[in-house]
Ligand binder design. Structure first.
Ligand SMILES: Cc1cc2nc3c(=O)[nH]c(=O)nc-3n(C[C@H](O)[C@H](O)[C@H](O)COP(=O)(O)OP(=O)(O)OC[C@H]3O[C@@H](n4cnc5c(N)ncnc54)[C@H](O)[C@@H]3O)c2cc1C
Length: 435
């Protein structure tokens, strides 16, 4: 009998962890669980639909799920269908790779008004995530506000301002595309508490805003520092310098004449969302940045808008029985307790790209391997057999990797012209394909 491992979550960090386990324990058996029938987490439900090539990373992970030693159990939520303790009992080690699916809050008055959305929900909505299909965002005005100055904020601004033609080839949910295209948009305002140097953009993503068909990006020259000051070195400093050069180029445009504007507004901290029954605007306070920290100046200004989308980071939502430490599962270098580990955004917070998860997951699996070898705990456990027995007594429909292929085929068949597929937005519809 071989060692058996459970991985909870089939996003990048879980899949890199599976690859690392197979390398360290070539004869092991791995069960990968996901609460959604379809695998790969934010590759499917986070990465911007118009960045379709990035979604191809999923192909390498699909090959792992198709291996004989690996089993995919989709539509199984740990904490609902199987408890954390049950997994710990039946597998030699359990790795939580559950990502971060809760939006961090601004903590300002008006945040609960209809028209305020966290990016996790908003991005999930246009990416057809079943948990967010019903948010029906209010997009009926000329202005939207996006809080945050990172790549997620850029994604949201770009998707809101691109034309239908520019969304050709994307896998945006058709219903979301219709709502976005019907918005009488004139401007999207991106606000950041700090300055361009502190912004989390990457140059490639920032550079894309130069080439939008109907939208001009507007940057105020007086908000741009002469050079990158602060504690930045090497690659990080290079990224900041490139960003600054792109922003400078944008600020130098003579007369941005395209009908829609994307305003980059730095040094502006949201203090209140305005409105009585729904969002009508946002109040911001001017800041100055000192040693990388935003300091309020007391000077405020208002911007009218029909909706506010916050892109200020995500926090994890672990099932009962797992310790939370702020926005992550409490861990030491990925170790949580006994034979339980955490990887990815649930371990280190919502930062880093898909590849960033590779070395991170491998380090955790190396630690796990070291600990297993040290403890001599190589006595095989029942693993998948015990799980099958448990699930046979519970009212659940497990989605296998073959089922995933069938759902994918149906989604491809449902695709509108010029789109690769049309994702199902409800789990019920996904299950109908395989039942
Ligand atoms: C809007 C957005 C755009 C991005 N764009 C890019 C990009 O263009 N390029 C890039 O390289 N990176 C991008 N990233 C970053 C990248 O997506 C992350 O680095 C990566 O997905 C994190 O991987 P993860 O495995 O930790 O989490 P996730 O990808 O979130 O995977 C977690 C998985 O766990 C499952 N799960 C959660 N709870 C349970 C449970 N209780 N039981 C069972 N399963 C559960 C979820 O369904 C999900 O499938 C983007 C991120 C966001 C938010």
């Amino acid at each position: 009998m071989s060692l058996s491992f459970a991985i909870v979550g089939s996003g990048p960090s879980g899949m890199y962890a599976a690859d690392a386990l197979l390398k360290n324990f070539p004869n092991c058996k791995i069960d990968v669980f996901d609460k959604i029938p379809m695998p790969f987490g934010l590759i499917r439900y986070g990465v911007a639909p118009d960045h379709f090539k990035t979604k191809n990373t999923a192909r390498q992970f699909l090959r792992t799920l198709e291996l004989d030693q690996v089993r995919y159990l989709g539509n199984i939520e740990i904490g609902r269908d199987i408890s954390v303790n049950e997994l710990e009992e039946h597998y030699n080690a359990v790795i939580f790779a559950i990502g971060a699916y809760n939006d961090r809050k601004l903590g300002i008055p008006g945040e609960k008004l209809p028209g305020v959305y966290g990016a996790c929900a908003f991005v999930g909505w246009y990416n057809a995530h079943p948990d967010f299909r019903d948010i029906n965002p209010i997009l009926d005005g000329a202005n939207a506000a996006v809080i945050g100055i990172g790549n997620v904020a850029l994604d949201v601004c770009r998707v809101l301002t691109k034309t239908r033609l520019e969304m050709k080839g994307s896998d945006i949910a058709a219903s979301a595309l219709d709502i976005i295209q019907n918005m009488p948009i004139e401007a999207v305002h991106m606000f950041g508490r700090r300055g361009p140097v502190e912004a989390g953009f990457t140059p490639k993503e920032l550079g894309e805003v130069r080439n939008l068909e109907r939208c001009s990006a507007i940057v105020a020259y007086n908000q741009l520092p002469v050079s990158v000051e602060g504690n930045f070195e090497g690659r990080e400093k290079g990224i900041k310098e490139k960003n600054l050069s792109i922003l400078r180029e944008l600020s130098n445009q003579d007369k941005p004449e395209k009908p829609v504007k994307m305003h980059f507004q730095f040094y502006a901290s949201p203090v209140e969302i305005l409105g009585t029954t729904r969002v009508e605007g946002i109040r911001l306070e001017r800041t100055v940045v000192n040693n990388g920290k935003a300091i309020s100046t007391g000077e405020t200004f208002d911007v009218p808008c029909c909706s506010v989308i916050t892109a200020i980071g995500y926090q994890t939502k672990p099932p009962e029985g797992l310790p939370l430490d702020g926005v992550t599962i409490d861990n030491i270098d990925g170790w949580v307790r006994d034979n339980l580990y955490v990887v990815g955004w649930a371990k280190r917070g919502s930062s880093g790209t898909i590849p960033t998860n590779g070395p991170d997951s491998r380090n955790v699996i190396d630690l796990l391997s070291e600990n297993l070898n040290k403890n001599g705990s190589h006595t095989p456990k029942p693993g998948g057999k015990a799980t099958d027995k448990l699930l046979s007594t519970r009212d659940v429909r497990v989605i296998s990797i073959n089922d995933v292929e069938k759902i994918k085929d149906a989604e491809t068949a449902n695709a509108a012209v010029d789109h690769p597929w049309e994702k199902f937005t409800s789990i019920k519809d996904m299950l109908a394909v395989v039942d």
